[in-house]
Design a protein around this ligand. Structure first.
Ligand code: NAP
Ligand code: ZN
Ligand code: ZN
Length: 364
């Protein structure tokens, strides 16, 4: 097929291929099968047959328009692992048959100060996300990894270390980098006491990564059923956050807290865990604002910060780190037909610890 892209310079015709996908037409609709267009690879593009795609809570927030600004139809999915099936004439990094991965971004301006520093996620023009961003090639929105294949500029495609299981690697592309980047930025390592709040997809990766960096890791969970598991994942201690006595044990004790909670919660309870000059970085992105009390910050010169995914060079660094330390996600594999049920379970915190879609199921 052909798509006609009309810009200020005129109309361009782009050859496209129709592929199967799973997405939604509205905030209150279930996800279902649909067809989308993928461009024929341009000289620097690679075409990837998607083998596995992780299910991030951001997929759910976006599908249901919880952050507003979702463009429908919406095909989520930004934890993509697959095999290269086609390469453009100028592609240098990959060849047909290679395994490859795509995370939350597929492009950026490449010229601003942040892009030049490898911080494409903070691109001044706004990075092009894997789904729900303007697709400059086709004029539609970008469509994510709940699909048969994806076409991406080679600069935004990552290499997967050969020793890692492909399906369990998929969640590293968002949950992995989103926790790795702030842990590195706030110098987590030996001699540091680190709190991880919310043991979901992001949180469980945070535990594994902070532990591999040499820190003492304390997990804060609302789920009694996750206490023993948190220790198996590497936590030195686990606190049931509903129990004030358990919370008090760590008041003023932690150097750094990574908050990966997807829903409304009292952030002040976690700020109070920080020692003088400690920082709390929020990576969880609940739908509604979280009130912060001045006196959660002032008396101990604490910092309250945020962090968004990670740049392309750091994502490759994280994958290589995971390769060296043999770190992957704990996954529950599902077929794409179970995605709506998986979203319901995600909302109940009922996943240990990341759903990954076996994309072969889309061919059925
Ligand atoms: P997830 O697997 O659903 O995990 C979220 C965890 O938060 C749950 O497992 C649960 O942990 C805890 N939780 C849920 N509801 C809660 C509540 N009402 N009160 C307290 N704790 C609650 O989600 P995820 O995929 O890890 O994503 C987490 C958040 O990060 C989402 O908001 C997502 O959109 C966001 N995110 C941000 C970035 C970024 O760049 N900053 C990137 C990816 C995702 P316990 O059972 O242990 O309490
Ligand atoms: Zn994500
Ligand atoms: Zn830029």
């Amino acid at each position: 097929m052909e798509a006609v892209r009309t810009t200020a310079e005129g109309a361009t015709r782009i050859k496209t291929k129709e592929v199967k996908a799973f997405g939604t037409q509205a905030a209150d609709a279930d996800l279902g099968q649909m067809n989308i267009q993928r461009r024929t690879p341009t000289p620097h593009d690679v075409e990837i047959e998607i083998l596995y795609c992780g299910v991030c809570h951001s997929d759910l927030h976006t599908a249901r328009n919880e952050w507003h600004g979702t463009i429908y139809p919406c095909v989520p999915g930004h934890e993509i692992v697959g095999r290269i099936v086609n390469v453009g004439s100028h592609v240098k990094k990959f060849k047909v048959g290679d395994s490859a991965a795509v995370g939350c971004m597929v492009d950026s301006c490449r010229e601003c100060q942040y892009c030049k520093e490898g911080l494409e996620q903070y691109c001044e023009q706004g990075n092009i996300q894997t789904y729900n961003s303007p697709d400059k090639h086709l004029g539609t929105q970008t469509y994510g990894g709940y699909s048969e294949s994806v076409v991406v500029h080679e600069d935004f495609v990552l290499r997967v270390p050969e020793n890692l299981d492909l399906a369990a690697t998929a969640p590293l592309l968002c949950a992995g980098i989103t926790t790795y980047s702030p842990l590195k930025h706030w110098n987590v390592g030996a001699g540091k006491k680190v709190g991880i709040v919310g043991l979901g997809g992001l949180g469980h990766m945070g535990v594994k990564l902070a532990k591999a960096m040499g820190a003492e890791v304390i997990v804060f969970t609302t789920s009694t059923s996750k206490v023993e598991d948190a220790k198996r994942l590497g936590a030195d201690d686990v606190v049931l956050s509903k129990d004030p006595d358990q919370m008090n044990r760590y008041a003023g004790k932690l150097h750094f807290v990574l908050d990966a909670v997807s829903a409304k919660h009292d952030i002040n309870e976690y700020l109070n865990l920080l020692r003088v000059d400690g920082s709390l970085a929020l990576v969880g992105a609940p739908e509604h604002p979280l009130p912060v009390a001045a006196f959660s910050l002032i008396p101990m010169r604490r910092s309250f910060a945020g962090s968004m995914i990670g740049g392309i060079p750091e994502t490759q660094e994280m994958l290589d780190f995971c390769g060296r330390h043999n770190i992957v996600s704990d996954i529950e594999m599902i077929g794409i037909q179970q995605i709506n049920e998986a979203y319901d379970r995600l909302l109940k915190g009922d996943v240990k610890y990341r759903f990954v879609i076996d994309m072969a199921s889309l061919k059925k």
